[in-house]
Design a protein around this ligand. Structure first.
Ligand SMILES: C[S@@+](CC[C@H](N)C(=O)[O-])C[C@H]1O[C@@H](n2cnc3c(N)ncnc32)[C@H](O)[C@@H]1O
Length: 282
């Protein structure tokens, strides 16, 4: 069965949120991980999610009358916010029923959610003006089908915002995960170089306009303190924690010359670690 609605989705009728290090933790498959994390996902302060929201919210100033898709929406963290900023109509998909159950409790997005995989979106082609895909990519083993589906449902000129754990943070042992009865649980993920992601999106008609590394900062300090990790906060702030991409849906991917790719530069004008900023004035 592969019925496609337009923007209407098909029906859907401790302590967590940590950055467990690769050591001293167990790794679980994605579906199991979110089944277990769902009940506490929204309740537990998470420095990565807090940092991402703080930096990205200003990018979404006026969303009136924009149709919005949240791919891998989880508990509806972004979808709910974007709806309150005027996004209309909105839709969120996720394959974790446990995460969607939490999202369904958020009034503004109730009935706008669908249980679906990113690789097979239940929507017609070219119906969304804006999409977000936050902390999902690293969980997807083969990215091609997901990117091709995303490109299919976006209108020409539409904006797509993608964020994930930065590959540098992954290399230093950071993982996406939570605590369950005191034990660190990390969820299976794989790192990808930014260039690989940009190239794949481009070959599907999504041009990268901006690529920004985000760093943890003082607003995240209390979260570290609460988790008993105040001692590691400053060091954590030095590392690129999150990588955000802003893509634009091209009219036609084949119209564009590959030279566009070479002009792409990482935008370092936005956040940098506090110490680096201090040095600039010296
Ligand atoms: C870290 S959570 C992020 C949730 C939400 N985007 C946020 O930022 O709060 C990752 C989500 O991606 C979903 N996910 C992972 N792989 C998926 C796939 N192939 N299809 C649909 N959802 C997927 C998981 O179920 C989970 O809810």
């Amino acid at each position: 069965m592969n019925r496609r609605a337009e923007v209407e989705p098909e029906s859907l009728a401790a302590r967590g949120g940590e950055l467990p290090s690769a050591r001293n933790s167990c790794t679980v498959p994605v579906t199991e991980g979110y089944e277990r994390w769902a009940p506490i996902y929204d309740r537990t302060p998470n420095p990565l999610l807090a940092c991402e929201e703080r930096h990205l919210m200003p990018w979404f100033a006026d969303l009136r009358n924009k149709s919005i898709l949240d791919v891998g929406c989880g508990t509806g963290r972004w979808l709910h916010r974007l709806t309150t900023l005027g996004g209309q109509p909105v839709a969120g998909i996720d394959f974790s029923v446990a995460m969607l159950r939490v999202a369904e409790k958020k009034g503004a997005i109730r009935g706008r959610l669908a249980s679906a995989a990113c690789e097979n979106l239940p929507f017609r082609a070219a119906v969304f003006d804006l999409a977000v895909c936050s902390f999902v990519l690293g969980h997807i083993r083969v990215l091609g089908p997901m990117v091709s589906e995303l490109a299919r449902v976006m209108r020409p000129g539409a904006d797509v915002f993608v964020s994930d754990l930065h590959p540098d943070a992954y290399a230093r042992g950071w993982r996406v995960g939570f605590r369950d009865n005191g034990a660190a649980v990390q969820i299976e993920m794989l790192p990808r170089a930014a260039e690989e992601i940009v190239q794949l999106f481009y070959s599907n008609g999504l041009e990268c306009l901006k690529q920004v590394p985000l760093y943890l900062g003082d607003p995240e300090k209390p979260i570290f303190a609460r988790a008993g990790k105040a001692h590691s906060f400053r060091e954590a702030c030095q590392l690129s924690a999150i990588l955000v991409f802003h893509f634009r849906r091209l009219d036609s991917p084949i119209d564009r010359c590959p030279a566009v790719m070479t002009s792409l530069k990482t935008d370092h004008s936005t956040p940098s670690p506090p110490e680096t900023r201090a040095k600039v004035g010296n």
